[in-house]
Write a protein that binds this ligand. Structure first.
Ligand code: SF4
Ligand code: SF4
Length: 440
């Protein structure tokens, strides 16, 4: 699938630099839209497979690992439209006929999932639009492909989360779902990332991403101490919603005036919680990483976003990787995850009310503010910073729940979707666009 001669002949800059063509493709080439061979069209593959593009996965590696088996097209000569997953026999309705075409292992997994009611086919289709549009049977797709791709079988079990917090399972190379169902459940391991509460620790960000859902680039820089969140976190913990994960978010958390104290105080108050930070990594260089390492070691996880403009600032992806590896080396006990932000979901608010025709992936991303107001989704939390949206924001009564007025009605508020703001919002359409800078 990779043709070094083709690569050298077509990309003479790589040849002139004397760079290994395969390494160049893996590190940079695919992101720059270069093709690994005459027969594989990188841009075509990404344009036809939004799941691959949005996940920031190298398209050739995806094709070798999954796409080939799923008969995905690799260039427009193959018809110009991505083929359905799997052969035609996958395109059957949800009935028991498929059992005859399953391998013994696939049958055994389906039986296991049915026995403990662990697979939600309707939810699976709703979350995986390409599976739905291919007409594939969700059970068959899941046991044949989804399970190996760590797709979620239901809203509650997150295989990636399970691997991150069960390092023995990850290190042994076990499949997280099968491990949980066959062993983890009897060993008392947690299946669910039950509730994750993000705290809005800093309202500001300097990255200015177009479609930033927290509207942080427009906010004045204010940061809050951990104690400002204690009353509300205690209320959620003790009264109604036991949560497991505290995500320190913003804006950009590393702009906090004292992030060391914030993390220390949260850790002291909630010693058994999983605490993580998501960062845009713009602060990173060797000295800063060494300085922050003791604080980072108090966390359980660090989620590093990979923005195209950060790679430009650092000079190369290689340098970004080196800095991430330094964090991993200095903080070996924590889960350091990199997430590509090459694409964003676009959104805007319209004044008129329109029908909501789909689920919204962010509708249960609760963000807690220091004043006790909690939002359904990150969009709900920062709209005050966008004056142009105030007329529509003013009509919303369900965007925020005010914990300072008590907890009554909170659970039903949590479960409500769509809520009033969704009828004015386009985020649920899940339109992915390349990252760009907000110049407004
Ligand atoms: S880095 Fe995150 S918080 Fe900052 S502007 Fe971009 S999306 Fe918003
Ligand atoms: S559609 Fe609703 S849940 Fe989704 S981002 Fe918009 S307001 Fe939030």
């Amino acid at each position: 699938m990779f043709d070094a001669n083709y690569y050298y002949l077509n990309y003479t800059d790589v040849q002139k630099a004397g760079t290994n063509p395969l390494l160049h493709f893996i590190r940079y080439g695919w992101r720059e839209g270069r093709n690994p061979s005459k027969s594989f069209d990188t841009n075509f593959y990404l344009s036809q497979n939004s799941d691959v593009r949005d996940a920031g996965i190298n398209p050739l590696l995806h094709y070798i690992r999954c796409g080939k088996r799923e008969q995905r097209a690799i260039c427009s000569d193959q018809g110009g439209v991505r083929r359905s997953f799997g052969p035609p026999r996958l395109q059957m309705s949800h009935n028991e006929d498929h059992v005859q075409q399953l391998t013994p292992e696939e049958s055994s997994v389906i039986n296991l999932l049915k026995k403990v009611n662990f697979f939600d086919p309707a939810w699976y289709l709703a979350q995986n639009e390409e599976v739905q549009s291919s007409g594939a049977d969700p059970w068959l797709h899941f046991v044949r492909y989804g399970i190996n791709e760590n797709r979620q079988p239901n809203p509650f079990f997150d295989p990636v989360w399970y691997l991150n917090f069960n390092k023995d399972v990850r290190n042994a190379g076990h499949n997280p779902l099968l491990h949980y169902l066959r062993h983890g459940v009897n060993e008392g391991r947690k299946a669910y990332n039950t509730a994750s509460i993000s705290i809005l620790a800093v309202e500001h960000c300097t990255n200015r991403c177009q479609h930033c859902s927290t509207c942080s680039p427009f906010a004045n820089k204010i940061s809050y101490p951990a104690s400002a969140f204690f009353p509300w976190l205690d209320m959620l913990e003790n009264v109604l919603v036991p949560f497991e994960y505290i995500a320190i978010t913003g804006g950009e958390p590393f702009l906090h005036h004292d992030i060391g104290a914030l993390v220390h105080d949260l850790r002291e108050r909630y010693p058994s919680k999983v605490i993580g930070i998501s960062t845009n990594f713009f602060w990173a260089n060797e000295n800063m990483i060494r300085m922050y390492a003791p604080m980072i070691r108090q966390l359980n996880g660090l989620l590093i976003s990979l923005y195209p403009n950060l790679v430009n600032k650092l000079g190369s992806l290689d340098r970004f990787d080196k800095l991430v590896n330094l964090v991993r080396k200095l903080c070996p006990e924590i889960a350091v995850e990199v997430r590509s932000q090459s694409h964003f979901l676009s959104w805007e608010l319209h004044m008129d009310k329109r029908e909501v025709k789909d689920t919204c992936g962010t509708s249960d991303c609760y963000v807690l503010r220091s004043d006790g107001k909690i939002s359904h989704c990150s969009i709900g939390v920062g709209l005050e910073n966008r004056p142009e949206y105030q007329p529509v924001v003013n009509t919303s009564k369900e965007r925020l729940f005010d914990l300072s007025k008590g907890i009554e009605g909170f659970k039903s508020w949590c479960l409500k979707y769509p809520f009033d703001l969704c009828f004015h919002c386009t985020m649920w359409r899940k339109i992915s666009v390349p990252w760009s800078e907000n110049r407004g």
